[in-house]
Design a protein around this ligand. Structure first.
Ligand SMILES: Nc1ncnc2c1ncn2[C@@H]1O[C@H](COP(=O)(O)OP(=O)(O)OP(=O)(O)O)[C@@H](O)[C@H]1O
Ligand SMILES: [Mg+2]
Length: 450
């Protein structure tokens, strides 16, 4: 049944049912409660199938087998796709203090990721954010299928003014829905905003049951509940032979942005991707405020072959080189803090300059810019190429004794920083011009010193 333009809803035999098809109704208009298929079960009784299924939400729907994670969930966000990639069927947490961009990041992933179905669970957060999803998503067009984004999105609303008991259940409702679509062979991504509100609901219910409180008043089974939640993610072979996945992305809102509290700590044990938001970055309006030094993705190695086959052989290598420059910057900054940048040798000044290009030109991404909001992998790769080429050429100049002050008189660093705005997503051929500009810059500096 064509449920929306984006989804063909399959009428499936429930997992716990086995038998022979006796009868199928002819094409036509039916409501979701009308029987479409008659089965004869093994014990001889008959069972009617409709377009709905009932399933206890706390129990995972069974699958045939679990595959290792080898395909990325592509989101169009550079810091995610390139630096800290998430696999289809993987798990990620977005922890961050008040106003650091948890909701924005989840909206961006919900909008632009290449999942077939999105389940967005608003769990104990503001109601206007749910309205925003409804309004924005019906106007936005999925760049891959050309359908309105709302056609593939399901919202589960349990906003902060709604009952606590329902909040505890809302996460499981979302999961079960996701598994239901996964069983049809879709790749489903779940955003849960926020799992902290869910844990607080758990705490409240546990308190009313007069259970023994553990750390910070949370029940002792907080960890096992969290693990049971994230365990339902995975790339699966379904019982009907199709392949589908559930990817879980949970926001965590620790009070005061303190990552040592129990929900963040326990979540960290069960997710393999950690996109840590940083208060000082968001305060400096560096968005997405995902900090490259506190975040990690354990999928980098698992997904490396995919990136090398589908984007470029050098993709992962380039990514690692950018990370190395950023790490180098952070240790240099320790020295700069003590004695200032002037005393650094020129090759280290260059590292700081290139790290700035990476931070501002590559990691910063404007969600409100028409091109920058979602960037294809090819452009992400080419941007890395240009930055690393600029680094290579500048390093040669410096090793020949040119001072950094001369290099900085050129505007090439700023030009590379604004590639994200100046090169439209559909014009990758423009990158050649940048390579040429870097060569010209190199020749100009050489001539000046000759
Ligand atoms: N990727 C981004 N691009 C541009 N602006 C951003 C981005 N991420 C966050 N912001 C800015 O930060 C503001 C706060 O973001 P958001 O509402 O997502 O934070 P939050 O962590 O969900 O906060 P809360 O704890 O209140 O739920 C946004 O209104 C927006 O102005
Ligand atoms: Mg929020």
């Amino acid at each position: 049944m064509q449920e929306t333009r984006a989804i063909v809803h399959k009428v499936m035999v429930p997992p716990d049912t086995e038998g022979y098809v006796l009868d199928v109704v002819s094409d036509g208009m039916y409501t979701i409660d009308e029987p479409l298929v008659t089965l004869q079960l093994l014990d001889g009784t008959e069972k009617k199938l409709t377009m709905t299924q009932k399933w206890p939400i706390r129990i995972p729907r069974p699958t045939a087998k679990r595959f290792p994670a080898v395909k990325p969930l592509i989101t169009g966000q550079r810091i995610l796709d390139t630096m800290f990639p998430l696999a289809k069927g993987g798990t990620a947490a977005i922890p961050g203090g008040f106003g650091t961009g948890k909701t924005m990041t989840q909206h961006q992933v919900a909008k632009w990721s290449d999942a077939d179905v999105i389940i967005y669970i608003g769990c104990g957060e503001r109601g206007n954010e749910m309205t925003q999803v409804l309004e924005e998503f019906s106007q936005l067009i999925d760049p891959r299928s050309g359908n309105p984004l709302m056609d593939r999105t399901t919202l589960i609303a349990n906003t902060s003014n709604m009952p606590v008991a329902a909040r505890e259940a809302s996460l499981y409702s979302g999961l079960t829905l996701a598994e239901y679509y996964r069983d049809m062979g879709y790749h489903v991504a779940i955003m849960a905003d926020s799992t902290s509100r869910w844990a607080e609901a758990l705490r409240e219910l546990s308190g009313r049951l007069e259970e023994m409180p553990a750390e910070e008043g949370f029940p002792a089974y907080l960890a096992s509940r969290l693990s049971a939640f994230y365990e339902r993610a995975g790339m699966m072979q379904n019982l009907n032979g199709t392949e589908g996945s559930v990817t879980i992305i949970g926001a965590v809102s620790p009070q005061g942005g303190d990552f040592s509290e129990p929900v963040t700590q326990n979540t960290k044990r069960f997710v393999r991707c950690f996109w840590g938001l940083d208060k000082s970055l968001s305060y400096a309006r560096h968005f997405p405020a995902i900090h490259w030094l506190t975040s990690y993705s354990e999928y980098v190695n698992d997904l490396a072959p995919w990136y090398m086959d589908h984007v470029d052989k050098k993709f992962v290598d380039n990514r690692n080189r950018l990370m190395a420059i950023l790490t180098q910057e952070s240790s240099l900054m320790e020295i700069v803090k003590l004695i200032g940048a002037d005393v650094l040798p020129d090759d280290q000044k260059l590292v700081l300059e290139i790290a700035k290009v990476i931070r501002v030109g590559f990691l910063q991404q404007n969600a409100f810019h028409k091109d920058d909001t979602c960037v294809p992998l090819e452009k992400q790769f080419k941007m890395m190429e240009v930055i690393l080429y600029l680094y290579k050429r500048s390093r040669t100049l410096i090793s020949m004794g040119m001072p950094m002050s001369i290099l900085k008189e050129e505007d090439i660093f700023d030009k590379v920083i604004s590639i994200k705005y100046d090169v439209p997503n559909d014009k990758p051929q423009m990158f050649k011009e940048y390579m040429k500009m870097i060569d010209e810059f190199y020749n100009r500096v050489m001539e000046r010193n000759a």
